[in-house]
Design a protein. Structure first.
Length: 236
């Protein structure tokens, strides 16, 4: 390991920058959403109504739109065919809320047309849940044991790599949903000019959180690989 007196340089070189980006992205999405939550759309269409229009525009009639408690807990549930919109989104006519709701409708469109990345991500969900639970215990226990148990470390790294792959696949899914939302907002005239610009900023800020999360996970994966490789090299 790149360490002097237990000072791990890999953590500061790889993990800290990614962690700072994650913190920045969270602050950015909260501040951007708050800013454009104060901007009401000219047509006074609620977010739930906007999402319904996106669904109708794409010929989708079997998706329900429901209210869910929480702040920015909006999501599309493909299993139950439901778009759930949070307290700050569902009945709001703000530019931010409309953008978020149409983004979730974009996921419903992806699911309806069989968009390949979302199909791959959905198939990976149970595998990722399993691998995420086992990865860290295997890595840390393996590092505490003699090098004869290095297979545990590498198995943990492989399982963590599956979780990272899931986050990589999530990126095109999220970016595409945002593009679909913006195109629908523009083509159906739900938002106009500066309103549309505001919605784009909200969705870009949200996309940054997914990118930051993926980079943080990738940094941790690389760090574990470096640690495992140095441990093996030091014991030859």
């Amino acid at each position: 390991m790149y360490s002097i007196y237990y000072f791990d340089y890999t953590y500061f070189i790889l993990v800290i920058p990614a962690l700072l980006l994650s913190i920045y992205s969270q602050i950015k999405v909260q501040s951007t959403f708050k800013k454009y939550s104060q901007v009401r759309s000219s047509r006074n269409i609620t977010a739930s109504e906007a999402a319904q229009r996106v669904l109708s525009q794409n010929g989708i009639t079997d998706i329900k739109i429901e209210h869910v408690r929480g702040n920015l807990t909006d999501h599309f549930d493909p299993k139950n065919k439901v778009i759930r919109l949070s307290d700050s989104v569902y009945n709001s006519t703000s530019v931010a809320a409309v953008g978020v709701a149409c983004h979730e409708a974009g996921h419903a469109v992806q699911n309806a047309i069989g968009y390949m990345p979302i199909k791959i991500r959905s198939a990976m969900v149970p595998i990722t849940q399993f691998s995420s639970k086992l990865a860290f215990p295997l890595i840390f226990i393996g590092l505490l044991l003699p090098t004869n148990f290095d297979f545990m470390v590498y198995l943990g790294i492989i399982l963590f790599g599956v979780a990272v792959l899931f986050e990589v696949i999530t990126l095109p899914v999220e970016f595409d949903a945002s593009n679909r939302a913006i195109n629908a907002l523009e083509s159906s005239y739900i938002l106009y000019d500066q309103e549309l610009t505001g919605a784009k900023k909200v969705l870009r800020a949200a996309a940054l959180t997914y990118l930051a999360s993926m980079l943080a996970s990738l940094a941790s994966l690389i760090r574990f690989i470096v640690i495992a490789g140095n441990r093996r090299g030091n014991n030859r």
